[in-house]
Design a protein around this ligand. Structure first.
Ligand SMILES: [Mn+2]
Length: 509
């Protein structure tokens, strides 16, 4: 609030401010160029946190939290190498390649009310830039000696816009901040691409209009290339699917945060709790731990709601004697976790929940062990294995007829778990979806392992006490060299007794 201030008081306070905040050399008009430069650098605020403005978030050599600038430069170099190899295989001759990767734009909930901004993943991966309405252009010629060139098109500095929406990096500072060869005003993109197409009439342009939020950029690219473009996403995802050491550290952290938040949420649940409150509890604890936000709308499903696989209404009460299924993960500086746990809201597994949980946990543990098989495994093989195992165990408890075997048994099991057992995980929750799940797992890949058993209320071919029950157990796993795996969500309680001990324990004091 603005208060009353007499002129005398105001003059005194202006004098005090000048004495404290304006250096003596400036007051005496003696500033050398070195001092001006130092002040300029110190005062610089750009479109995202830097080490000197946010030392608690960004390390000295980093462009994003946990990611050194050298790593982002290496990603661009690797991408251009992959592109050149691919192009050499496809075209058989040496051409100029121009890859255009748009950022995300700001999206609005209603008039001038923005949603949380989330950068386009491929753009962020290759540029390190967190600003909207920007474009990265990567170019490479056919020659072996050509290392390629990267140009970042950014929004120009604009005093008025920056007063409302916060600072922009601007054209002048972008090359130093993002380590690109050049930066230009995004308004000059058309001119730039037109020059490119004249200089290299046979150039191959890479752009994915369907995956782009920037309609104006799509129009520019269409005009210049007459719609003759290829999508670069699969080539980028081939790199993204293998995580570097810095990325593994971020994955470890995001999974640790979500694991602890879910443990707290189990500890703070009680009969009669609302799904909404469970949502709020997991959201609160992930943010409190340092996560930016939840990675997706969580599934918080009490009782029979858990048989709806993508249940996100999260507006019911969970009653004594019911299970609760929570599928939640968070985003920590661009990296996501994705964990599911199912627990009895009152802290005691009763029959038949107990037997179903034991079956599912056994299947999930055996699937984790499969990832350690020598010779590797693919996610699709893991899915087949899940169907076989669920089939076999459900036969043991007589939910599937004893006579079935082979394909018939798998098909019967698939009715109890009609989703895949795994997806890749990383910067996106369903990460690198263009990478086949038929590919052998390799060190540096991260995937989920998430078998479930869902028995709708109207499934009349099973005994009545099993109906209206849904369970899933999901962990996040990093594939390590050799036959090792690292369960990134290992801190999240999963053992039946550990869960029983934990549930409600946070409400006692
Ligand atoms: Mn998942």
């Amino acid at each position: 609030m603005l208060g009353f201030c007499s002129n005398v008081l105001l003059r005194a306070s202006v004098r005090r401010y000048r004495a404290v905040h304006i250096p003596a050399c400036s007051r005496a008009s003696l500033h050398s160029s070195a001092i001006v430069l130092q002040q300029a650098l110190h005062n610089v605020t750009i479109g995202q946190p830097l080490h000197h403005t946010h030392p608690h978030l960004i390390g000295p050599e980093e462009v994003l939290s946990g990611i050194p600038l050298t790593e982002v430069k290496r990603r661009r170099a690797n991408f251009l190498r992959v592109l050149r190899d691919y192009a050499a295989m496809q075209a058989g001759k040496q051409l100029q390649h121009v890859v255009i990767i748009p950022s995300a734009n700001k999206k609005y909930m209603s008039h001038k009310i923005p949603y949380v901004f989330r950068q386009n993943t491929d753009f962020l991966y290759l540029s390190g830039c967190q600003e909207p309405d920007s474009v990265l252009v990567l170019e490479i010629g056919g020659g072996d000696g050509d290392a390629g060139r990267s140009t970042l098109f950014v929004r120009p500095k604009d005093r008025h816009a920056e007063m409302w929406d916060g600072p922009r990096t601007g054209v002048q500072l972008a090359p130093d901040v993002y380590g690109v060869e050049d930066a230009q005003d995004v308004g000059t993109l058309k001119e730039y691409l037109t020059r490119c197409s004249f200089a290299h009439p046979n150039a191959v342009f890479w752009y994915d209009e369907q995956a782009s939020d920037l309609a104006n950029v799509s129009k520019v690219v269409r005009d210049v290339t007459r719609g003759q473009t290829r999508s670069p996403h699969e080539l980028i995802q081939r790199l993204r699917v293998i995580k570097s050491d810095s990325e593994c550290a971020l994955m470890r952290k995001t999974c640790e945060l979500a694991s602890h938040a879910i443990n707290r949420t189990m500890a703070e649940s009680f009969p009669g709790v609302s799904e909404h409150r469970v949502f709020a509890t997991v959201d609160y604890h992930t943010r409190l731990g340092g996560a930016n936000f939840l990675a997706y709308l969580p599934v918080v499903a009490g009782g029979p709601n858990a048989t709806i696989i993508h249940y996100i209404n999260n507006n019911q009460i969970v009653h004594d004697g019911e299970l609760i299924l929570l599928d939640a993960g968070c985003e920590y500086h661009g990296y996501t976790s994705d964990i599911t746990r199912t627990w009895p809201v009152d802290g005691t597994f009763r029959e038949p929940h107990r037997v179903l949980y034991e079956v599912l946990l056994q299947v999930q543990r055996e699937l984790l062990a499969c990832l350690q098989c020598a010779g590797g495994e693919t996610l699709d093989q893991l899915f087949d294995t899940m169907c076989t195992k669920i089939g076999k165990y459900l036969q043991e408890i007589k939910l599937i007829p004893a006579g079935l075997s082979g394909q018939e048994l798998s098909r019967a099991a698939y009715k109890f778990c009609p989703h895949h057992v795994s997806h890749y995980l990383g910067m996106d929750v369903h990460d690198t979806p263009l990478i086949s799940r038929n590919m052998l797992l390799q060190p540096g890949m991260v995937c989920t392992v998430e078998p479930g058993i869902y028995i709708p209320k109207d499934k009349t071919d099973v005994p009545a006490e099993f109906r209206g029950v849904g369970l899933r157990i999901e962990d996040d796993v990093l594939i390590r060299p050799g036959t090792e795996i690292e369960i990134l969500s290992k801190d999240c309680a999963k053992d039946l007794h550990a869960i029983e001990a934990l549930v409600g324990s946070g409400n006692k004091s």
